[in-house]
Design a protein around this ligand. Structure first.
Ligand code: ADP
Ligand code: MG
Length: 350
């Protein structure tokens, strides 16, 4: 934590451009804390928390998706893009242990795209996911852009007072878990960058390729797990994996002022990724540790609550991957008897 603040001060005083995360930290420091009775959490977590009335908190989060930065229009379909635009927001509400309720989506499209079925298909993908989770689209804005598609997805959720799970509640001794399997979305992105398309050409890898590409293009937010972990007060801290496990665990540890020790043999690597990597000499563990956009949840549980964890929610399992340690130990990963520092290696905009 102190190191991070020192880095920021150094970056500012030396005139170096701030990273995305340094920028967010400085912005956060500039925002005065006011009206703490209704705003219980501002900048810095997966969503902000507003106290609406006794017994209920409202959560709000927004996600920006920019063509050729966050997606390529030629590698996805409008329907999948609509699904993903809502899915990333649902994932942030899940990461807060809350239930998603309302969505506002703004879209800017170039005129030639407007004249196609793009927007209609985009909303068909978005609304089908919304109806699956009983989320209502309650507004948005529509505009034109000179060239690229831009989408802003705002989500509101709710939970009982003080039940929101922040990134900041992990304590040494808490056990670290992750939902589902990791590395699929990153493997999918690599295939897309190499020109793979949906539907894929028939080949022996057809099934594997379709699976990992859909992990990238059609993420499934862990809404059910989020609600269970929040409502049952099972998670002490939580974050969703948007940037990559190493990076997002780093955010959680910074906010909680703790360190962590992961066991590399426990990391749940997507089976299809392991199979694909085996044929292409890529390291599946690296994809699972540093690849972003799996939209799984990483959460910490106090040792006396571990036995209360359900084995599966909505058919999705969880895996124990390590333990929260004192901040002085840093964030490390073991492989057999060797232990090394786990540096945040996921996605960064700047
Ligand atoms: P996530 O990956 O969960 O969507 P981000 O890394 O985008 O989270 O953002 C982390 C925190 O910083 C969030 O609380 C978010 O609201 C806040 N944040 C990010 N960008 C801005 C901005 N331009 N202005 C204000 N807050 C921001
Ligand atoms: Mg998030």
């Amino acid at each position: 934590m102190k190191d991070e603040l020192d880095r920021q001060r150094h970056a500012q005083s030396s005139g170096r451009t701030l990273s995305e995360f340094e920028f967010i930290r400085t912005l956060r420091q500039q925002v005065p804390v006011r009206d703490q009775t209704s705003l219980s959490l501002g900048i810095g977590d997966d969503a902000a928390v507003i106290r609406s009335h006794p017994g209920r908190d409202i959560l709000i989060s927004t996600d920006l998706l920019v063509e050729d930065v966050d997606f390529r229009r030629t590698s996805t379909t409008p329907t999948l893009l609509g699904h993903k635009s809502l899915a990333v927001s649902l994932s942030d509400i899940a990461a807060m242990g809350a239930r998603p309720r309302w969505s506002l989506v703004s879209i800017g499209v170039p005129e030639d795209i407007w004249e196609t079925n793009f927007v209609k298909d985009f909303y068909s993908g978005l609304l089908s996911l919304a109806s699956h989770y009983d989320v209502q689209l309650i507004g948005g804005d529509t505009s034109s852009t000179p060239e690229k598609v831009v989408i802003d997805s705002i989500i509101l959720g709710e939970c009982g007072t003080d039940l929101a799970v922040t990134r900041g509640g992990a304590k040494p001794g808490d056990q670290i878990f992750v939902t589902g399997y990791l590395g699929g979305a990153a493997a999918g992105l690599r295939l897309i960058e190499r020109g793979a398309h949906l539907p894929s050409d028939p080949s022996e890898d057809l099934h594997l390729i379709d699976h990992v590409m859909l992990r990238q293009l059609r993420p499934e937010p862990r809404v059910g797990w989020g609600i269970v972990l929040g409502q049952e007060r099972l998670a002490t801290a939580m974050i969703d994996i948007s940037d990559g496990l190493s990076s997002d665990l780093n955010h959680l540890c910074l906010e909680s002022k703790v360190g962590a020790l992961l066991d590399s043999s426990l990391i749940p690597i997507d089976k299809q990724v392991a199979d694909l990597c085996g044929r292409r000499a890529l390291d599946p563990l690296q994809l699972a540790l540093h690849g972003g956009e799996d939209f799984e949840l990483v959460f910490t549980v106090s040792p006396n609550n571990v036995s209360r964890l359900p084995r599966r929610v909505d058919g999705v399992s969880i895996t124990h991957i390590g333990e929260i340690r004192d901040a002085t130990e840093g964030i490390r990963i073991s492989e057999g008897s060797r232990v090394w520092e786990l540096k945040p290696g996921g996605w960064r905009h700047f």
